[in-house]
Each structure stands twice: as structure tokens, then as C-alpha cells.
Design a binder for this molecule. Sequence first.
Ligand code: SF4
Length: 137
Amino acid sequence: MSTGLAERIRAESARLAALCVACGECVRACPMTAYAAGVEAAAPNAVAAGMRDVLQDGEGTPEARAWIAACTRSGVCSPACPEGLDAAFMLRLAQWRAKGALGTPPLIPVKEDTQYSPKVKAFARLTLTEEEQAKWL
Ligand code: SF4
């Protein structure tokens, strides 16, 4: 992972986490909660707060980590966000971070994936201008 991209992930994580009010609407909308241990029994706002914690260098809660790991990029969460945040991108950032993309020990299981870094870059390109790509990737 390039230093620039790591900085970008940190900056976007901090920006979005500061705007998130942890209302839990993204969790309520998510079709994957049934496949994430403990999430359906947990309060949605607590799960969202745990996801936000991961974006802020924390470890989240077990339920938040299970939710982050279960994300399949359905994108259903983004239109559900009353704050107009790209919740799907937040989950993506949280998943990268939880997998140790910033050099910290993984918080969720990581499958050996030789294409992990190229995939992160490919996804990041979708959200960056050409100028930002030149700077960050
Ligand atoms: S719906 Fe939006 S504001 Fe509410 S917890 Fe999810 S990302 Fe945060």
C-alpha cells in the first residue's frame, strides 16, 4: 500500500467518521446483517458506532467487526443514510482498515489475496479525481 493511499484512507476515514451520527440506519438497511454474528441482536446505532470507531483508529465492537467483515458491497446502505453520507464507502474503508491495510494487526479474518492492494487501488480510483489519483495512488 503506497503511503499516499494510506494517507488518503486515513483522511477519508476521519472526514466521514466526523460526519456520521451513528444513527444506525445503514445497519438497518443492510441485507447482510443476518450473516454477521450478533448484529441482528445488537442495537443498530451501537453497531454503527463501532464501525465509526474503526474509522477513528479504534477496534470497534465484536458486532461492528462482524458487520464490517460481512459487507458484500451491496450499496443499499448509502441511500438509507439520512446524513447523505456514502455509507458503502465508509464500510469499504472500515473493511480495509480492519484487514490491516494501514499496517495495523487485522481485526477481522483476512484471506490470502495477492490482488488485495490492486483491488483497493481500483476501488479508490472510483472515488478520486485524476488530480487526486496522481497525488494519492
Ligand atoms: S446511516 Fe449514515 S449517519 Fe447513520 S450510522 Fe450509517 S453512515 Fe452514520
